[in-house]
Design a binder for this molecule. Structure first.
Ligand code: AMP
Ligand code: MG
Length: 499
């Protein structure tokens, strides 16, 4: 069956010449399809329903490009661990094209691991099977958890090795994103271009992601404000599921407000605000609880690029931008508190209750920290407690008197808003819709990826993926995916950039 014509509409290539370099994917010797996201392909209206695995492998390795694809490597800069690098760019990625999905949203389709580009510097432009399947697992889990994220459309094994500490099987990932605009894209325009170039990029970003701010009195300030709003919400969602991105460099912060780049990310097990797993994050710059501060820092870097557009007079521009940056912590805190209330099973506010609810939530987190209780299970068992079954929760806190006192406070707070006989059940149900049972447990992810990468066995990957797509379901058949890692595993666990 011939490949269908994919209705690409490549606005980035069309509207932003000078922001990218055209580049072809490298041919791969023996493409084999490892993963294909049929649901996402349908959402994108790619018309690939009748294609077999061989055809899909050719397509998603880059060996056969569909008509209308215009592969380009995007230019960007970025602060990496606080150090500015003026020249990053897609060193191993290519934007293939954009499509309009069923919900009328413009989405990027991009390869990762498709060979060298003008931005590769010393890199080989390649990627390995393990880290690319990791993008699948984490992206699909985040999506199922209701968190804005890029998603994997396909992974193809290339049939050639990539050389890291050892030879690994190579792969190409096809990634779908609202766009690949980053804070670092603006930084690139600032250092290599002009305020006019930043304006062109900002206008593009506004039209694509924030059309409402076109009406704002000061549209570039409105844009900064709108990006800050989405990041405030996104980071709150990360914190609520125990996600640690691991490498929140400005080139890994997306303008559309999606989670992007699942390199050394990890999920917290025992609650610890200082949790950090990345082997290269020695100072804990990107630790769990540091993420809101880093988001603010990154937004300040975005703001710097926009200053000449915000006001003619620099002092005035700085003043206006600073207001937005300074408002970020409170803005984030409001999202965080709303999410915290939902996790605690509190439907509404009570008069002057913000401080009291924050204190209630924080003392719960303190209890988890003191006892090193598993973050995900603790919340889930609190939902059981809401339904009247407190034993599973108590079992997580052996010999902890503090739990009783805290539960008493929580019950009183719940009672303040309860009405009707079904209140307890309604609360438990609502809590189970926001407190997942299944997150990508680090040991399960590692297990699945090593089976796939070392022995070519995809069964553990597929079983885990299947479980992660239903994170809120309590299915006994999936129980092993809910269990925390053995203590020794987490003590030694380090993540690595997927390069
Ligand atoms: P990341 O850590 O994946 O966000 O990548 C940071 C930068 O390094 C980006 O400019 C990437 O394109 C580039 N990069 C990472 N790995 C490679 C590689 N194997 N070959 C070429 N460039 C790479
Ligand atoms: Mg990156």
């Amino acid at each position: 069956m011939p490949l269908p014509a994919i209705p690409f509409d490549n606005s980035y290539a069309r509207d932003l010449p000078g922001f990218y370099a055209p580049c072809q994917p490298a041919a791969v010797p023996a493409p084999v399809l490892l993963f294909f996201n049929r649901g996402l392909a349908e959402e994108l209206r790619l018309g690939l329903e009748g294609q077999d695995d061989t055809a899909l492998a050719k397509l998603f390795s880059g060996n056969v490009l569909p008509e209308g694809a215009e592969p380009i490597a995007q230019a960007y800069a970025g602060h990496q661990f606080g150090q500015f690098n003026p020249q990053l760019g897609d060193g191993r990625a290519l934007l293939i094209g954009e499509v309009i999905d069923r919900a009328d949203r413009r989405r990027d389709i991009a390869f990762k691991g498709s060979g060298r580009t003008p931005f590769s510097r010393l890199g080989d432009g390649k990627a390995a099977v393990g880290p690319m399947l990791r993008e699948v697992l984490i992206g699909e889990a985040m999506h199922a958890l209701g968190i804005p994220t890029t998603r994997a459309l396909a992974v193809v094994a290339t049939g050639e090795p990539v050389y890291r500490e050892r030879a690994l099987p190579g792969a190409v990932l096809t990634r779908v994103a609202a766009s690949h605009l980053r804070v670092g894209t603006f930084q690139f325009c600032m250092v290599h271009g002009s305020p006019e170039m930043v304006r062109q990029l900002a206008d593009y970003a506004i039209a694509r992601h924030y059309p409402d701010v076109r009406e704002a009195g000061n549209r570039y300030l409105g844009f900064l404000n709108a990006v800050a709003e989405r990041q405030a919400a996104l980071i709150a969602q990360w914190l609520h599921i125990g996600f640690i991105h691991g490498v929140m460099n400005t080139d890994n912060m997306g303008i559309p407000g999606e989670t992007i780049d699942f390199g050394p990310c990890a999920f917290m097990e025992a609650y610890d605000p200082r949790a950090v797993f990345s082997s290269i994050d020695e100072g804990g710059r990107y630790a769990y609880a540091a993420q809101p501060h880093i988001a603010r820092w990154n937004l300040a870097r975005l703001a710097e690029t926009l200053l000449p557009l915000i006001a003619d007079e620099e002092g005035r521009a700085i003043e206006l931008a600073t207001e937005v940056i300074d408002a970020f912590p409170e803005r984030h805190r409001r999202y965080w508190l709303a999410g915290l209330r939902a996790k605690l099973g509190l439907a509404g506010h009570i008069a002057d209750g913000d401080a009291a609810d924050t204190a209630l939530g924080e003392s719960w987190l303190d209890l988890l920290h003191a006892q090193q209780v598993d973050y995900t299970l603790a919340w889930r068992r609190l939902a059981d407690a809401a339904a009247g079954d407190e034993a599973p929760l108590r079992a997580l806190f052996p010999g902890q008197p503090g739990l009783e006192r805290w539960l008493q406070r929580w019950r009183e707070r719940c009672a303040a808003e309860d009405a009707g006989a079904d209140a307890a059940k309604a609360r438990a149900d609502a809590m189970r819709r926001v407190n997942p049972l299944l997150i990508p447990r680090n040991h399960r992810v590692e297990e699945a990826l090593s089976a796939a990468s070392d022995t070519g066995d995809l069964a553990p990957f597929e079983q885990l993926l299947n479980a992660l797509r239903r994170p809120f379901d309590e299915d006994p058949a999936l129980a092993r995916f809910a269990e925390p890692a053995p203590g020794e595993f987490m003590a030694e666990f380090r993540t690595f950039c997927g390069t």
